[in-house]
Design a protein around this ligand. Structure first.
Ligand SMILES: [Zn+2]
Length: 288
């Protein structure tokens, strides 16, 4: 049992302070400072919120501190991405994508109902990219102006095909993400019960085990994203049957992003997308 140490306003103050510090680390340009800072802030945020709301039952306190830390770490840096996506959706500069060579090619290779898909072109300084909204009646695919400037027509066809694939083959992996918290509760509860059973439930064993389960959870959660991306890559490749353009589009993206070769675990900890290098390897190994 954990006693309520402080009152609600003080918890709220801590939550806000950690939010501000997280923002600082999320915007930091230094890789290690940003990574370690966000990990520590997420862990603290999970701890503070679970102390605030779940401190009366040890099992819940233990598990919620981990799950909250994982979700905070995963989604806090994504706020910026959501803002870019929303801006692209509602900006008056966003227009319908009208490159007929590319659209004709897409229609040739994808047997998709035309009235259900919308292809749009967005601009601005974050327009080196492409994305799609997975929910909604219409399947909207957004292609960035800067991306269009760097890729040739066949490479754009591949990138757009990857986005379409998210609505077909890549979709099923989303279920893993919905199931993740329910599945991850099990090892968390088991560890907490073990600490109690072995009579070693101290503040130190709590900090060590929850920290390990938090890091492991982030890696597993990101891996579900990676599966979604790899699947979409391969579904797109099987449709376009154009390995050269698939590989060259990722080469250009890696170059533009200034991608560095990093250890796979570090990548799993820091990114919800596999590196372009890994994606090129998977594509190159695929027989078509
Ligand atoms: Zn994708």
């Amino acid at each position: 049992m954990v006693e309520m140490l402080i009152d609600g306003y003080q918890y709220l103050a801590f939550v806000i302070i950690i939010l501000i510090a997280s923002l600082y680390y999320a915007l930091s340009k230094q890789f290690w400072q940003s990574l370690i800072g966000l990990i520590v802030m997420s862990y603290l945020q999970g701890l503070i919120i679970s102390l605030w709301f779940y401190s009366d039952v040890f099992l819940n306190f233990f598990t919620m501190s981990i799950l909250l830390a994982i979700y905070y770490y995963i989604f806090f840096p994504k706020v910026a991405v959501f803002v870019v996506a929303l801006k692209a959706k509602y900006s008056s500069d966003t227009k319908s994508f009208e490159d007929n060579t590319i659209l004709t090619r897409i229609k040739e290779i994808w047997d998709i109902p035309e009235e259900k898909y919308l292809f749009k072109e967005y601009s601005g300084k974050h327009s080196f990219g492409a994305f799609t909204y997975l929910v909604g009646r219409l399947k909207e695919i957004y292609i960035g102006k800067e991306l269009l400037a760097k890729l040739n027509a066949e490479e754009v066809v591949y990138v757009v095909s990857h986005e379409i694939a998210h609505h077909t083959g890549g979709y099923k992996y989303l279920i893993y993400q919905f199931l993740f918290p329910f599945a991850y509760i099990i090892p968390c509860y088991a560890c907490a019960l073990l600490l109690i059973y072995l009579k070693i439930a101290t503040i130190y064993s709590f900090l060590v085990t929850t920290a390990i389960l938090f890091i492991l959870g982030v890696v597993l959660f990101n891996y579900t994203y990676w599966k979604i991306e790899y699947t979409a890559d391969l579904v797109a490749l099987r449709k376009t049957r154009d390995k050269i353009s698939a590989v060259s589009s990722f080469r250009k993206i890696a170059e533009e992003m200034g991608e560095k070769d990093r250890n796979i675990i570090l990548n799993l900890l820091t990114s919800d997308h596999p590196s372009c290098g890994d994606r090129i390897t998977k594509i190159s190994n695929e027989k078509i």
